[in-house]
Ligand binder design. Structure first.
Ligand code: ADP
Length: 159
C-alpha cells in the first residue's frame, strides 16, 4: 500500500523524519510531498527544501520526496495513494488537523488520514522553533539532520 506524507518542510526536522521512518515500516511506499503553497512565506526555496528532504531520507529505500501542487488529497488521488499520513504533536495540532482530515474525508472517502503520535522527545519540535534557534546561531544538530544543519547555518551566516 502506498502512503503520502504532505507538508511544507521548511525545513524537514528529526520529528518529521521519525514519522517518515515509522511510516516506511507500515507501508510499501511513502511519498513525502512538499506541497506548493504560494500564500505562505518560506525561509527556504522549494528546491532547497526538496534537496534537504532527499538528503534526510536517503537511507530509506521505499521513500520518495517530490513536489506537489493543489490540495494534498487530490495529489494522493493522482498518485493512487490510499493513505495520508499526518503527525500529531500536542492537542493544539488536533483542531487544525481534524478540520483538514474531515474536509478530505468528504472529498475523497477512499483515502484514509492516519495520524502518528510524535515521539515525546520531538513533541515540542517545529520548523519554526528551529529557524528561530538557528537565526541566533544556536546549535540545532539535535533537531535536524547534518545536511539541514549546514543549510541553516549557511542561511544565517551573515546575520
Ligand atoms: P504543514 O505546513 O502542513 O503543517 P509541516 O511541514 O509543518 O507542514 O508538517 C507536516 C506534518 O508533520 C504535519 O502533520 C505536522 O503536524 C507534522 N509534524 C511537524 N513537526 C512534527 C514533529 N516534531 N513530530 C511529529 N510530527 C510533526
Amino acid at each position: 500500500m502506498k502512503a503520502i506524507y504532505p507538508g511544507s518542510f521548511d525545513p524537514i526536522t528529526r520529528g518529521h523524519l521519525d514519522i517518515i521512518e515509522r511510516s516506511s515500516k507500515m507501508y510499501d511506499e511513502v511519498i513525502v510531498v512538499l506541497m506548493r503553497n504560494t500564500s505562505k512565506n518560506y525561509l527556504f526555496s522549494e528546491d532547497e527544501r526538496l534537496e534537504m528532504m532527499k538528503q534526510t531520507c536517503r537511507h530509506l529505500s521505499n521513500v520518495k520526496c517530490v513536489i506537489g501542487e493543489g490540495l494534498s488529497v487530490n495529489f494522493a488521488k493522482k498518485v493512487d495513494a490510499k493513505v495520508m499520513i499526518r503527525g500529531l504533536r500536542a492537542i493544539s495540532d488536533y483542531d487544525y488537523e481534524m478540520k483538514i482530515a474531515l474536509a478530505n474525508m468528504n472529498m475523497a472517502p477512499e483515502i484514509e488520514t492516519v495520524f502518528l503520535l510524535a515521539k515525546p522527545e520531538y513533541a515540542f519540535l517545529s520548523s519554526t522553533t528551529i529557524k528561530e534557534l538557528a537565526s541566533y546561531h544556536e546549535n540545532v544538530s539535535k533537531y535536524v539532520g547534518d545536511y539541514v544543519a549546514k543549510c541553516l547555518a549557511n542561511k544565517f551566516k551573515d546575520d
